[in-house]
Design a protein around this ligand. Structure first.
Ligand SMILES: [Zn+2]
Length: 389
């Protein structure tokens, strides 16, 4: 046990869970952590997001010079859904008789975020870091578009980073590669007219249904797959258009969700969508627009690096097990933070909480696991930097 008692460690997690940062209000979490850091003489900067005054990232640093080890967690959580389905108050950290701490974000991923923050305090207080820098990056907006991580990447916070750890819930396996995601909106514009004089208008629904039909047919020919990540996926999941039965619809739209792999990445999907758009427009008077409003690249690394090895060694030791090194179908902020890094870059996703607890009713993390991760991170981050030559 370090400078922070078990009681303090739980209290800080509980305070952070109480902040209702449901894809907004991350600024409040950032301010709380900034204040906490400052009481231990750690400087932390708030990096405001452009489009809102309630949304921000937080960047804190200890140590100096190279190498730079980035550690990251997101501050936003997903909605509770119907609260009446919960057996616990979602925004009050509650322990049950099996040693589990319940609350929205307990697994995904405020326990990981806070464990990283507290490990920074422990390392700073113990003066054990002999070389290098640990850069703590708490992000906003991960659950929707990774807007916070995109901002950090754009502002250059990743430029000098030599290795990255993301504390997403993955206590049962260390992830070093993951799929990307994409959400694309396809909009079809027509011209409204009364249905008795359809020649005066142009029906927006027809070209959209052609589009969906063609793209499904074309995509069914794709047989690319990745050994670790499997196949990419594409689904049309929402369709809208028209407002009344006797009017020619002037507008229709459809949403598509994709899971991407390096061998069939986000760019390939854009090309596919553009190709089908051109085909439909050539065949008719259609006017289609393609809007990729979520665009998070897959993250691929070889896993051949000393940081991943050391992470496994610590995980195995602390939890007395043989952790699997694995791939994930879920996406993280690494889609933006790792932009431009090659596949030798040391990337580790490893944090408290079971992957399956993310976004669940009565979400929980085991108290012991949360507390152990604080010590694990404290030693892993220090040893990695001290050993790097
Ligand atoms: Zn998460």
């Amino acid at each position: 046990m370090g400078v922070l008692s078990e009681k303090e460690r739980i209290k800080i997690l509980s305070d952070v869970i109480e902040i209702q940062s449901i894809n907004d209000n991350e600024l409040e979490v950032a301010q709380y952590l900034q204040k906490l850091f400052s009481s231990y003489d750690i400087k932390a900067d708030i990096v405001q997001l452009d489009d809102s005054d309630t949304r921000a990232n937080l960047v804190a640093e200890i140590g100096e010079g190279k190498p730079v080890l980035g550690v990251s967690g997101h501050m936003d959580v997903v909605t509770t859904g119907d609260v009446s389905n919960w057996n616990y108050e979602p925004f009050k950290l509650t322990e049950d008789d099996q040693g589990r701490l319940h609350g929205r974000g307990s697994a995904d991923m405020k326990s990981g975020l806070v464990a990283l923050a507290l490990s920074l305090i422990e390392i700073k207080q113990s003066s054990t870091l002999k070389k290098g820098t640990i850069r703590f990056m708490a992000t906003a907006g991960e659950e929707i578009t990774s807007s916070g991580a995109a901002k950090l990447y754009d502002e250059g916070y990743m430029n000098d980073v030599d290795a990255l750890l993301i504390a997403e819930p993955s206590q049962d396996g260390i992830v070093y590669t993951h799929k990307g995601t994409m959400d694309i909106e396809v909009i079809s514009k027509g011209k409204s007219a009364h249905s008795s004089m359809p020649e005066l208008g142009y029906n927006a629904i027809n070209p959209l249904t052609d589009f969906i039909h063609y793209i499904n047919a074309e995509y069914s020919k794709v047989d690319t797959s990745s050994e670790l990540l499997g196949t990419p996926t594409m689904n049309s999941t929402v369709i809208q258009g028209g407002d009344q039965v006797n009017s020619i619809p002037e507008y229709a739209s459809s949403l598509f969700n994709m899971r991407t792999i390096p061998e069939f990445d986000n760019k390939r999907f854009i090309e596919l969508f553009e190709k089908i758009k051109n085909k439909v427009e050539q065949e008719s008077n259609a006017s289609l627009a393609i809007n990729p409003y979520v665009n998070r690249e897959p993250v691929h690394t070889t896993g051949e690096n000393s940081f991943l090895k050391l992470s496994k060694q610590y995980g195995d030791d602390y939890f007395n097990r043989d952790l699997e090194l694995t791939a994930s179908t879920a996406t993280t902020d690494a889609s933006f933070l790792m932009k431009g890094k090659d596949d030798a870059f040391p990337f580790v996703m490893y944090g408290p909480g079971e992957t399956g607890q993310a976004h669940q009713v009565d979400e929980y993390v085991y108290k012991d696991v949360y507390l152990t991760f604080i010590d694990l991170y404290t030693n892993l981050l220090t040893d990695y930097l001290n050993q790097e030559s």
